[in-house]
Design a protein around this ligand. Structure first.
Ligand code: ATP
Length: 300
């Protein structure tokens, strides 16, 4: 179990993370979200024991996180800055030894993972000779070479093509099944939605949305009704509870304030011709994110 308890982190006088708390259980994939500069990387550095919080604590299986348990944590940093003038094997040897592994075990694991990611042919090539996507695979392997209990992934999918994204997704799911704890950040909210049960959204270092994604969606209340029919869009906009009408190429999306307003729209649509679709959907995480984070900025 990883527990982040009321953490505050300051750079000088600047408070980058404030009063942040969450827990991650074995076998859980947890999403840490936020706009650029919200405090995600800073939070990861605190979790890794690289930065000491000015308030609060991080507990890794009830133990303060620090140098003594860092061998059980894997970290894929956001900056794709590998040591490019050494070979793949030399680099992974280096990371493995940093994690106190013996050479035989590192060799065994690196052969396994290079084969898994289909890049064995690059084992003795210089990092700089690899494509960006393959360098990213090496960076991922450097985070998992020690078979960590906690895997911290800062923007693991950025810059990956769809095939490699899928491979990373499957690998992270495999780790989940093995009972590892995984915390990751991503600006691709569709991934987050399909991947995590629980999230924290940071804005200016503070959690503004937190909890189970299903609950976050229920609490948001606003819904979208997708309709295909001969409709009078101007009339639709006057129905109580309707706050936006979007004319898509294939359907009309009607945004309503809450469940209570479905019937009003339904009554009108019933009276229209050629109705082939009337479908109510919850807001996407992306929609909630834009509204809540954007709304928070407008309040400031
Ligand atoms: P991004 O999505 O752009 O990577 P982030 O959510 O990871 O952003 P952080 O890198 O954690 O954000 O930065 C949080 C805040 O702390 C920002 O305002 C940033 O400018 C500031 N900050 C980060 N590192 C330092 C540092 N070493 N010294 C001073 N301020 C810093």
């Amino acid at each position: 179990m990883l527990k982040v308890n009321n953490v505050e982190l300051k750079y000088g006088n600047f408070v980058a993370v404030k009063n942040l708390s969450f827990t991650i259980k074995p076998g859980e994939i947890f999403g840490l979200l936020g706009t650029n500069g919200a405090g995600k990387t800073t939070t990861f550095r605190v979790i890794m024991g690289l930065l000491e919080p000015s308030k609060g604590e991080v507990l890794f299986f009830d133990d303060q996180v620090g140098y003594h348990n860092v061998d059980e944590i894997g970290y894929m940093i956001e900056e794709r800055s590998l040591l490019t003038k050494i070979t793949v094997k030399e680099l992974l040897m280096y990371f493995g030894q940093l994690k106190s592994m013996d050479k035989e075990l590192i060799n065994e694991r690196l052969d396994y993972w290079l084969d898994y990611f289909n890049i064995t042919e690059y084992k003795n090539k210089l990092i700089k000779e690899l494509s960006k996507g393959n360098q990213q695979k090496i960076q991922f392997i450097s985070a998992i070479i020690n078979d960590p209990k906690l895997l911290v992934l800062d923007e693991p999918f950025s810059g990956l093509d769809p095939i490699n994204t899928d491979l990373f997704v499957k690998t992270i799911r495999k780790f989940q099944e093995e009972g590892k704890m995984i915390v990751f950040s991503s600006h691709q909210l569709d991934h987050v939605e399909s991947f995590c049960e629980r999230i924290v959204v940071l804005e200016k270092g503070q959690a503004i949305i937190e909890g189970e994604i299903n609950q976050v969606k229920k609490d948001f209340k606003k819904l979208t009704i997708n309709i295909k029919a001969n409709l009078d869009l101007d009339y639709l906009k006057t129905i109580p509870g309707v706050y936006k009408v979007i004319n898509n190429s294939d359907k009309i999306s009607v945004k309503i304030e809450s469940e209570a307003y479905i019937d009003g729209v339904f009554e009108y649509v019933k009276s229209c011709d050629n109705v082939t679709l009337f479908d109510v959907e919850q807001a996407s995480l992306s929609e909630i994110f834009i509204e809540r984070v954007g709304g928070k900025r407008e309040e400031v």
